[in-house]
Design a protein around this ligand. Structure first.
Ligand code: BTN
Length: 332
């Protein structure tokens, strides 16, 4: 009987079989999955569609061209500090549309709850952009949390979450890691990661999803099109002679710092994050161009306590509120 290799669990199992350094014969694959050659060809095509490069010896044997470490719930949970180990829900999914969308659509009973995915078919960035999410090479994760609506000033939360991501990455010892207002993670004038905070009101409760995408091992030849220059942790760490961490360990550090940050933000707001944000401010004292929606140009002078960017222009100081705004560094 020909078993389907369509479902994501079995495709992930196939991937694991192919992820060693040696070739796996077609005969062995067909036997393992009780599948036909035609089904296998379809499965190989699906894996390629997810952004994976599968090597083939004329169809007689296959292997994954670059090795990947898959995400494991048990490994991620095992790296969490004991207080979060006991209460944080974690789901690792091979494939989703978007981890943010999943949490907003299927709101969990237990909080905080985190979803991590190996691949997003509809990864979303800020301002309606797409977030390029090839399989197994980067990190795509979202954390669901709830606030008391009457006590929260949401506009600074994305900036606080930028600080939390910096805290998670700081132990890697990367020089030059900065935040580009409001909450993009940059290094050496290239984008390393981004954060998308989304929310909805349900009675007195404000449901919030914090989505984080970090480029870890992505091949830069495949980076998303557009004006932004991209980089990855692997690229930057290798250039600085440092080890690239296991994605599970990194995921755990991100979840820990995001959950800690959400807890502190609920009680104290943005205050405890402001100085760290300012210390990583990429555009401080630089000439910038900001669309609000008309473009203004001036010298960026940091942020105020509400997270608005201060820009000194020929017409005086302008406060750029967080929201649908783009910022472009035009010179040093
Ligand atoms: C940006 O535009 O810089 C924000 C990118 C946020 C991407 C992450 S990946 C995990 C989560 N799920 C999504 O669809 N988007 C966020």
């Amino acid at each position: 009987m020909d078993s389907s290799l369509d479902d994501e669990i079995r495709l992930t199992a196939l991937l694991e079989l192919l992820s060693g350094s040696s070739w796996v014969s077609t005969h062995e694959i067909l036997k393992t999955f009780d599948a036909s050659a035609q089904t296998l060809a379809g499965a190989i095509q699906r894996l390629s569609d997810w952004g994976l490069t599968i090597g083939s010896l004329n169809g007689a044997a296959y292997r994954l061209e670059s090795p990947i470490q898959l995400l494991r719930t048990s490994r991620i949970r095992g790296e969490l500090p004991p207080d979060w180990q006991a209460v944080m829900g974690i789901s690792v999914l091979p494939v989703v549309d978007s981890t943010n969308t999943r949490l907003l659509c299927d709101w969990p009973n237990q909080l905080p709850w985190a979803i991590l995915a190996e691949y997003q078919s509809d990864g979303r960035g800020r301002r309606g952009r797409r977030w390029y999410s090839p399989f197994g090479v980067n990190l795509y994760l979202s954390v669901a949390w709830a606030f008391d609506r009457t006590h929260i000033e949401l506009s600074t939360l994305p900036l606080a979450m930028g600080v939390c991501c910096i805290r998670a990455l700081a132990p890697l010892g990367l020089a030059g890691l900065v935040i580009k207002w409001p909450n993009d993670l940059w290094i050496n004038e290239a984008k390393l990661g981004g954060i998308l905070v989304e929310s909805c009101n349900v009675g007195e409760v404000l449901r919030v999803v914090v989505g984080v995408g970090i480029n870890v091992n992505m091949d830069l030849g495949h980076s998303p099109p557009g004006a932004v220059l991209w980089t990855t942790l692997r690229n930057e760490l290798t250039a600085q002679d440092k080890e690239v961490p296991d994605r599970n360990v990194l995921a755990s550090a991100l979840l820990t710092n995001i959950a800690n940050g959400l807890r502190v933000f609920s009680a104290q707001g943005f205050g405890p994050f402001l100085n760290e944000w300012a210390a990583r401010d990429m555009t401080r004292d630089r000439l910038v161009s900001v669309g609000v929606p008309e473009k203004i140009t001036g010298i960026a002078c940091g942020i105020n306590e509400k997270g608005a960017l201060r820009v000194k222009t020929s017409e005086g100081l302008i406060l750029v509120e967080s929201g649908d705004i783009s910022i472009r560094v035009v010179s040093k």
